[in-house]
Write a protein that binds this ligand. Structure first.
Ligand code: ADP
Length: 327
């Protein structure tokens, strides 16, 4: 561990936005100031670091934001940060302000960038997992997942009302290009007939057999939840079910970006606040290149280079629950 004392810190949000990022920024700024640090906001993630879009933050800079979705610091994906030259420009800009510690709120990609940057320029970096997909290994929760999944549940409940009124089957696509967590949680919470996710191979015959069997005993079937990254995709599933079950009216709904926005839930505000506070503590204590996770309700510090996308198998038991509860 290096012993240089951190006195001025920068905070940025990077990659995909997630509700609760503002609560995390607020916690970082206020904990930093409480501990006598100067805190700088960096606009549009690594892009702003390269362009020098950096400003000093005060306690009041983060007033009235804990309840707001999105991120007041804005976020971006930045190709230039993949190059050494880009990262060097970013370092020069930090140096101009005397910034000697960074808090990065983002996903595994942002953490990879932080790790490389930190190794090259000796700036301690602390990551906070901000992603609606909950797909970072090493933490039970990520900032934004709870809000996104609750938004999906609210929307699916509404679709179910109209599905029920017309005896229609809706195939509903939720977010998750690589990850089925939003689908799994929102599908269970809305009593979906089936949940199709990228982590499991979809057997289309199984899907049709289950639907036909339920139809045979006059059980109303309303909802199939499909994650964005599932191999067939919601449109193809809708087409196949329509062809194979011509007597069943089938519609498709894509929930889309509403899942990213909106006021963060209490849960997301609280974990973001705890994580933001912990990130500053980490920098003060001299920790380097970790991200802050929560495991069994305790703060955990995981090396940034271990922040890999969660490629967890969704176990048989989850699918058994879905099957039994939808009979
Ligand atoms: P997320 O953080 O949500 O996973 P991305 O994967 O798009 O989002 O990463 C966000 C940004 O982090 C990228 O646009 C890039 O600027 C930076 N980044 C990601 N991977 C690397 C890398 N291997 N080297 C340098 N920078 C990276």
């Amino acid at each position: 561990m290096k012993e240089k004392k951190v006195t001025k810190i920068g905070v940025l949000t990077s990659g995909g936005d997630a509700p609760g990022m503002n609560a995390a920024i607020r916690a970082v700024v206020r904990t930093g100031i409480y501990n006598g640090l100067e805190v700088f906001g960096i606009i549009r993630g690594y892009a702003g670091m390269i362009e020098g879009d950096i400003f000093k933050m005060e306690s009041k800079s983060v007033a009235n934001i804990i309840q707001r979705g999105g991120t007041i610091l804005k976020t971006a994906r930045c190709k230039e940060f993949f190059t050494y030259e880009g990262r060097q420009k970013a370092y020069q800009n930090l140096k101009k302000h005397g910034i000697n510690g960074l808090v990065i709120i983002g996903g595994d990609g942002s953490f990879r960038g932080a790790q490389i940057f930190s190794n090259e320029f000796d700036i301690p970096c602390i990551g906070l997992p901000g992603t609606i997909d909950k797909d970072i290994d090493g933490t039970d929760f990520t900032i934004g997942f709870d809000t996104a999944v609750n938004t999906a549940v609210e929307a699916i409940d509404k679709v179910r009302d109209t599905a029920d009124a017309h005896d229609r089957l809706f195939v509903i696509e939720v977010m998750g290009r690589d990850s089925g967590y939003i689908a799994l949680h929102s599908g269970i919470a809305t009593g979906a007939e089936n949940i199709l996710i990228p982590e499991r191979q979809t057997d289309i015959e199984d899907v049709i057999t289950a639907l036909t069997e339920k139809q045979g005993r006059k059980k109303l079937v309303n909802i199939i939840v499909v994650a964005e990254g599932e191999k067939f995709g919601a449109a193809e599933i809708t087409k196949i079910v329509t062809e194979r079950m011509p007597e069943q009216e089938v519609r498709m709904t894509i929930l889309g970006h509403i899942q990213r926005g909106g006021a963060p839930t209490c849960f997301d505000r609280v974990i973001a606040s705890r994580m933001g506070y912990s990130a500053v503590e980490c920098l003060i204590e001299g920790r380097h290149n970790v991200f802050v996770g929560i495991v069994n309700n305790r703060m955990h510090f995981i090396p940034l280079n271990e922040a890999v996308k969660k490629k967890q198998k969704i176990g048989e038991e989850w699918m058994k629950i879905v099957k039994i509860l939808s009979t």
